[in-house]
Design a protein around this ligand. Structure first.
Ligand code: PMP
Length: 433
């Protein structure tokens, strides 16, 4: 791993991409599908990573505000590497046959949930899509009905077989023509340029379920790919009530907002609700692929064996890394809440006529760019993105119009990389073309 003085980050010594990065990107293009997405947004070749710093093959050092899309919530940490290394000494593939790391992980996972969710059980998966797909199948198995699932505008739950239907944007569906699960699509409250209140959304769903009966509802507590939209307070509570009154199983997708990202271990805790099913992924394996569904223990009675299958589920290395992440995340939650507020203020104070809205919770912060009463166009966004990486920040965008920059730095990022990052971000969004 790199030995880095964060005071010297970012350090940009070549054009971006530099010559060695161009070489790797060109080679990749020869062998790998032309449909890769991330190298188009972040045109570098990676040499090494340490904590919240990425070194490219040309010797440039970037601030990592991407964290592999909220996968590396505790960065490229030595303690995760060491946990994986130690586990590697004993085993690295065990199917569902228990290992000590597996049991320790399951116990740590359960204790990360509120006290009224201690009788829940876990099904492991590989990806976020896998977890969300399993959660909806679980709801159908429990309800005994293959009926509709209520989902939302802006939602992203994955792009595989059934769950593709729950994901909102058609741009994500080009590679999968399957109709997927039957869904009722509701507006999501709090989206800029739209005007839905919590009451409007509840009315909308109530009307829709009179026509088509629903057995489940799948919701992100903060919209992730949909634009880092924080819904008005009480949204999840109102959904919980609606689910209780209509015998609907409530599934909360914490794949992106969970694992401390919003300053609480699980984002639904802000609303004090008790979901029936929770989906987790991304950071739950500390960067080694793993996902899971945490569900009401009494649902177990309704599940056949086998119910969900997959050779690679809960790999011992992912369990060891995840156990380390679960152990260390509680210690950073207060700082995420505090530094999240600091960042919200810092981004809000930037004097730029293209910032339309700054919003967020904890370290899930969206900076939406707009001009003349509408979103900034994609060409202008591409220019800002290019400038950001050229100035040493790896930062992604999201939202229906792709015009929201999203901060999703590691929860334990060095303060210096926040301060410097905000300065660079400010310089970039104040650029006049
Ligand atoms: N749910 C949410 C909220 C997500 O943000 C994502 C991925 N961005 C997924 C599900 C799907 O996860 P994966 O890409 O691991 O399938």
């Amino acid at each position: 791993m790199l030995n880095i003085d964060v005071a010297k980050v970012p350090y940009i010594r070549t054009a971006v991409p530099g010559p060695k990065s161009i070489e790797l990107l060109t080679e990749q293009g020869k062998y790998e599908t032309a449909s890769v997405t991330y190298p188009k947004s972040f045109p570098i070749g990676i040499k090494s990573m340490k904590d919240s710093v990425i070194e490219d093959v040309d010797g440039n050092l970037f601030i990592d505000w991407l964290t592999g899309i909220s996968v590396l919530n505790l960065g490229y940490s030595e303690f995760i590497r060491d946990a994986v290394r130690a586990e590697m000494e004993s085993t690295w593939h065990a199917l569902e046959i228990p290992t000590e790391a597996r049991i320790e992980f399951l116990k740590a996972l359960r204790s990360s949930f509120p006290s009224n969710m201690q009788d829940y059980k876990t099904i492991f998966g590989i990806s976020g899509a896998d977890a969300c797909e399993t959660a909806v199948n679980l709801a159908h198995a429990v309800s005994g009905r293959d009926s509709y699932t209520i989902v939302f505008e802006g939602a992203y739950h994955g792009v595989s077989g059934g769950i593709i239907a729950a994901t909102y944007e058609s741009k994500y569906k080009a590679g999968n023509n399957s109709p997927g699960f039957k869904v009722i699509r509701s507006p999501y409250p709090g989206i800029l340029w739209e005007n839905y209140s919590v009451g409007d959304v509840i009315d909308y769903i109530q009307t829709a379920i009179r026509e088509n009966s629903a057995d489940s509802l799948l919701v992100e507590p903060v919209l992730g790919e949909g634009g880092y939209v924080v819904p008005p307070e009480g949204f999840l509570k109102a959904l919980r009530k609606l689910c209780d009154e209509n015998n609907i199983i409530m599934i909360v997708d914490e794949v992106q907002a969970g694992m401390g990202r919003t300053g609480k271990m699980w984002a639904f805790e802000y609303d004090g609700i008790k979901p029936d099913i929770v989906c987790a992924g991304k950071s739950v394996g500390g960067g080694i692929p793993m996902s899971l569904v945490y569900y009401r223990g009494d649902f177990d009675e309704k599940l056949p064996t086998p119910f969900h299958l997959g050779t690679y589920r809960a790999n011992p290395l992912a369990l060891a890394a995840g156990r380390e992440v679960l152990k260390r995340t509680p210690a950073v939650l207060d700082s995420v809440k505090e530094r999240g507020k600091y960042l919200l203020k810092a981004f809000s104070e930037i004097d730029s006529d293209v910032i339309a809205q700054v919003r967020g919770k904890g370290f899930m912060i969206g900076i939406e760019l707009g001009k003349n009463g509408g979103p900034v166009d994609s060409n202008t966004m591409a220019r800002y993105k290019k400038l950001l990486i050229e100035n040493g920040i790896v930062m992604h965008t999201c939202g229906h119009y792709g015009n929201t920059f999203r901060f999703m730095g590691a929860l334990n990022i060095d303060q210096k990389l926040l301060d410097t990052g905000v300065e660079i971000f400010e310089k970039v969004v104040r650029t006049k073309w």
